[in-house]
Ligand binder design. Structure first.
Ligand code: PLP
Length: 380
């Protein structure tokens, strides 16, 4: 029949109303109709990021706006503290290095969260550092970072706090202004429930604006100076990916109708249920101590190759989950419960995981896992 279940932490399924909005007739990006759409998306993004900052939209994935954050905030030779606890932390460091910044790494065991004290120590050793780069949800390990605590640490000094919120936004709490986050970036294809291709950057502080003015790094498409100016007119500096902006307007409408707090609570519950189900089947989590709300990373049992397991889940049962990246390749699977996700996405993932393990000669107690998940998911 070919029915598939996309349970990866990006891209994620989108609500039907979002798909329909993306498919609407093309509108011009310098028209009143577009201006209204852009303004609505700006307002919606301010609500979900809890900020009054400048919202900038680009036609790119999350990596594009990560690169833009580096080229707009740092000049070659500047020092930057980078939290490296997974693939996306590594990406921050690689981009900083590509633009000639001097990276001060704060390395974290993959599967654990950074200790704010370690970031504070790095800033004490490097008082001239211009920025701290971190990740709200480290998607490669399923770890959530305590951004509020990093905000307290960075806030005292002169460094701007920059957060990649891509897979954490709308899944976990993120209060940009209250927490002292200077710049946040995100792609739209995760908790924001859109097809891939819209990059979002938010400039939230005077400190960030001053860095943007001072940066001597080469940039053109991603120059935030014309972008901020255009955003003041509810436009993008260059052509807008207007179809995706229309999709995002629908998605934000849905998220805010559910209520941001309810949306975050839904993710918290899905995460708890998934972890309970995994434990109920006797399997181990990669990140038991600081789990993300939008995905769960599961260690595969000894002698079970995670990629073979994934292959089995996909081919036999139509359930697509993600594998491990970098040094975790073959050792974990990552189950998303992110964005347009409900209780039966978790149930589906757990059942398929248990069935595929049995197929590979490593049976687990599927019923105990599902019962444990159901206990969390049941409406009281
Ligand atoms: C998905 C994701 C990105 C964006 O990755 P792209 O490959 O550019 O779409 C960035 N950061 C995090 C934490 C992500 O999960």
């Amino acid at each position: 029949m070919g029915k598939t279940y996309l349970l990866t932490p990006g891209p994620c399924p989108v609500p039907p109303r979002v798909g329909l909005a993306v498919a609407r007739p093309v509108i011009h990006h310098r028209s009143d109709e577009y201006h209204a759409l852009h303004a609505a998306v700006t307002a919606g993004l301010r609500s979900v990021l809890c900020t009054a900052g400048d919202v900038l939209l680009f036609a790119c994935t999350g990596t594009g706006v990560m690169e833009a954050a580096v080229s707009n905030l740092l000049s070659p030779g500047d020092e930057a503290v980078v939290v490296r606890g997974g693939k996306f932390g590594d990406r921050w460091a690689e981009i900083c290095a590509a633009f000639g910044a001097r990276v001060v790494p704060v390395d974290v065991e993959w599967g654990e969260a950074v200790s704010p004290g370690d970031v504070a120590a790095a800033l004490r050793r490097h008082p001239a550092a211009k920025a701290v780069f971190s990740t709200l949800c480290e998607t490669s390990t399923g770890v959530k970072t305590d951004i509020e605590a990093l905000g307290r640490v960075a806030g005292g000094g002169g460094a701007a706090l920059v957060v990649d919120a891509t897979s954490g936004l709308c899944c976990s709490e993120f209060r940009m202004d209250d927490w002292g986050v200077d710049v946040a970036v995100a792609g739209c294809q995760k908790g924001l429930m859109c097809p891939t291709g819209l990059g979002i950057a938010v400039v939230g502080s005077r400190r960030a604006r001053a860095l943007i003015e001072k940066s001597s790094a080469a940039r053109y498409y991603y120059d935030w100076r014309p972008a901020i100016e255009a955003a003041g007119r509810s436009e993008t500096a260059w052509s807008s990916p207007a179809a995706l902006v229309a999709g995002l307007a629908e998605a934000l409408d849905g998220i805010l109708a559910e209520g941001l707090e309810a949306c975050i609570a839904r993710h918290r519950r899905l995460g708890e249920a998934c972890r309970a189900g995994v434990a109920g089947m006797g399997l181990r989590l990669l990140a038991p101590d600081a789990p993300a709300d939008g995905l769960t990373a599961v260690r595969t049992p000894d002698r079970i190759d995670a990629d073979l397991l994934r292959e089995r889940m996909r081919e036999r049962y139509g359930v697509l989950v993600a594998g491990g990246q970098g040094r975790l390749r073959g050792r974990i699977i990552r189950i998303a419960h992110m964005g347009y996700a409900g209780p039966f996405d978790v149930v589906t993932a757990l059942a398929a995981l248990g069935m595929a393990l049995a197929d590979l000669g490593r049976p687990v107690e599927i019923g105990r896992g599902l019962a444990a998940a159901a206990e969390v998911l049941r409406e009281p």
